[in-house]
Design a protein around this ligand. Structure first.
Ligand code: G3H
Ligand code: 13P
Ligand code: ZN
Length: 330
């Protein structure tokens, strides 16, 4: 099997009424942990790389790590997706590397900080759609802005998506999936108490354009157990709350199909490394503590695959290639 276009994976999720996690990756252990979870639960999966991940992996490593995941898991549909692309140029780079999906986050300017106008967002997103579809590559857009700032990405300002504007945006750009801002934010520090998300926005958009899958960013649950492991072994993270699994399940019921998760994987790995090294003061083989980190990612992601309803769906359909998608877009 080759890497699969995201459009197909999300359309199939819509047919089956489940969500597909999009897990951020930067290294081999994250990819292996995620793939072990996908293989064990028989789940289609989206692995996504941010611009930071492209830089960290010097691009070529992420390309071949994804190829290794495909070769090692021939029965699992795997999408390789660019997370928060900031320009047509970045999206072109990802497409050249072999990504089967890109996100053009036109809700922010190229600096990934300053909010854009609706028209600016439409213009840049449409240019990416025009380019990417020629290669059979799927495109995710974003309208509205999330809270939180991760490594300098984000305006820090929450601007919920206006459903009317979302419908207009989809029509004008031709995106394959749209990320909505419904009150979540990136990173570990999302909420002080159990959040109330603006889930009605999902219904409003689905009612009018049911055929375009919707995306929820900032979907980590920031489980207290993961924070506790970090803090019990020398870390110092504040107690916070993420997006509870029940809220994600409710969002999926209403039409969210792609669920972005980065922070929970980071927390799981960090806790595992801290714990391992604290308990094995004589350890110096990286395979021991990175192995523990890989196992922690696997456990965390497996729980999500079951919770999002992705488990059991890997064999539901015959995966398309981006070559097949070229014909579909034509
Ligand atoms: O949405 C942002 C993701 O959490 C990626 O974070 O840019 O630090 O890789 P990163
Ligand atoms: P979290 O920080 O909640 O994991 O969100 C990740 C994300 O939205 C990546 O695009
Ligand atoms: Zn995001």
């Amino acid at each position: 099997m080759s890497l699969v276009p995201m459009k197909q994976v999300l359309n199939e999720a819509a047919k089956g009424d489940y969500g597909v996690g999009a897990y951020n990756v930067n290294n081999m252990e994250q990819i292996q942990g995620i793939m072990k979870a996908a293989s064990e639960t028989s789940s289609p999966v989206i692995i996504q790389a941010s611009r930071g991940a492209l830089k960290y992996t010097n691009m070529v490593y992420i390309k071949y790590l994804a190829a290794a995941a495909v070769e090692d898991n021939p029965d699992i549909p795997i999408v390789l997706h660019l997370d928060h692309g900031n320009s047509l140029e970045t999206c072109k780079q990802a497409i050249e590397l072999g990504f089967t999906s890109v996100m053009m986050d036109g809700s922010l300017k190229e600096d990934s900080k300053t909010p854009t106008t609706f028209d600016e967002n439409v213009e840049v997103t449409r240019s990416v759609v025009e380019y990417a579809h020629k290669f059979g590559v799927s495109v995710e857009g974003e309208l509205g802005t999330l809270g939180g700032i991760e490594d300098g990405v984000g305006s820090g300002e929450v601007k919920l998506t206006d459903p009317d504007a979302a419908v207009e945006f989809i029509k004008l750009t031709g995106v394959d999936a749209l990320a909505l801002a419904i009150g979540t934010s990136h990173g570990a520090y999302k909420f002080k108490a159990k959040p109330t998300l603006a889930l009605d926005i999902i219904n409003e958009v689905v009612k009018r354009i049911p055929e375009v899958p919707l995306v929820m960013h900032g979907s980590s649950s920031v489980p207290p157990e993961l924070i506790e492991v970090i803090n019990n072994y020398g870390g110092k993270l504040e107690k916070t709350m993420g997006v509870p699994m029940e809220s994600i399940k409710e969002a999926i019921k209403r039409g969210i199909r792609k669920i972005n998760v980065d922070t929970d994987g980071r927390l799981a790995m960090t806790g595992a490394v801290r714990k391992y090294l604290s308990e094995h003061l004589d350890a110096f083989d990286p395979r021991s503590y990175f192995g523990a980190a890989r196992e922690a990612v696997y456990q965390t992601v497996k729980e999500k695959m079951i919770g999002f309803g992705t488990a059991g769906h890997a064999g539901d359909y015959k995966p398309l290639t981006i070559e097949d998608m070229k014909a579909v877009y034509k």
